[in-house]
Design a protein around this ligand. Structure first.
Ligand code: TYD
Length: 207
C-alpha cells in the first residue's frame, strides 16, 4: 500500500508520519517511511538545488521539472521496490504537492503540471493520500515557534502563496475524492493520529 501525506507548511506531517509508522509497525505491518523531494542521494541533491534560498531566480517551470525529476528517481529507486516487497510505503509529499504548489499556487496550471508528472510517475499513484489541512496562519506560526526547523525557499513565500497552496489542495480533493482524505490538522496531535490510523485501517481492510 502506497500512502502519501500532504499538507501546507506547519501541518505537522513529519510528527504524524513518525507516529503512524510506529503504530502500523506495532500492528505487525512492515513499513517504509520516506519523503519528497529526496529520500535517496540523487533526489536529495536535486532537493538542495530546488530549496536553496539563494536560488531566487529559479523559474517556476524549472522548479516543477526538478520536482518531477526528483520524484521519478525516488519512485524507481525506493518506492516501487518497497511496494514490490509488500511493504507499506508512507511518503511525505508526492505528486499532489506539485499540483498544489507549482500547478495552483505558482500558477503553472494543475493540468500542465499533471502532464509532466504523468511522464515522471508513469502510472504509479498512491492508494491513499492524507491531506493535513491547516490554515496558513496556524501553520506558519507553528513553524516560527520551532527553532529546529530549517527555513527553505518556499517557507519564505508570502502568506498569500500559502493560501493558494491550500486552495490548490482543496481543488485536488474535489478532483480525487476517493483517493484523498482530508484531516483537520488544527486538532491535537493525538486526535489527528487517531483519525489517520482509522482511515488507513479502513483502506487496508478494503484491499
Ligand atoms: P520540506 O522541507 O520537505 O518541507 P515540509 O516540511 O513543509 O514538507 O520542503 C519541501 C518544500 O517543497 C515544501 O515547501 C513544499 C515544496 N514542494 C513543492 O513545492 N512541490 C513538490 O512537488 C514537493 C514535493 C514539495
Amino acid at each position: 500500500m502506497f500512502i502519501t501525506i500532504e499538507g501546507g507548511e506547519g501541518a505537522g506531517k513529519s510528527s504524524l508520519i513518525g507516529q503512524l509508522a510506529n503504530t502500523m509497525q506495532d500492528k505487525g505491518y512492515r513499513v517504509v517511511v520516506t519523503r519528497e523531494p529526496g529520500g535517496i542521494p540523487i533526489a536529495e541533491k536535486i532537493r538542495t538545488v530546488i530549496l536553496d534560498p539563494e536560488h531566487t531566480t529559479m523559474d517556476a517551470r524549472t522548479e516543477a521539472l526538478l520536482y518531477a525529476a526528483s520524484r521519478r528517481q525516488h519512485l524507481v529507486e525506493k518506492v516501487i521496490p518497497a511496494l514490490e516487497a509488500g511493504e507499506i510505503v508512507i511518503c511525505d509529499r508526492f505528486v499532489d504537492s506539485s499540483l498544489a504548489y507549482q500547478g495552483h499556487a505558482r500558477g503553472l496550471g494543475i493540468e500542465e503540471v499533471w502532464q509532466i508528472n504523468q511522464f515522471a510517475i508513469a502510472g504509479t499513484m498512491p492508494d491513499l493520500t492524507i491531506y493535513m489541512d491547516v490554515s496558513p496562519e496556524v501553520g506558519l506560526s507553528r513553524i516560527a515557534s520551532n527553532p529546529d526547523r530549517e527555513i527553505n525557499r518556499l517557507d519564505l513565500e508570502r502568506q498569500s502563496f500559502h493560501e493558494r497552496v491550500r486552495e490548490g489542495y482543496h481543488l485536488l480533493i474535489d478532483r480525487f475524492p476517493d483517493r484523498i482524505r482530508r484531516v483537520d490538522a488544527e486538532e491535537t496531535p493525538d486526535r489527528v493520529l487517531q483519525a489517520v490510523v482509522a482511515i488507513v485501517e479502513q483502506r487496508l481492510s478494503g484491499i
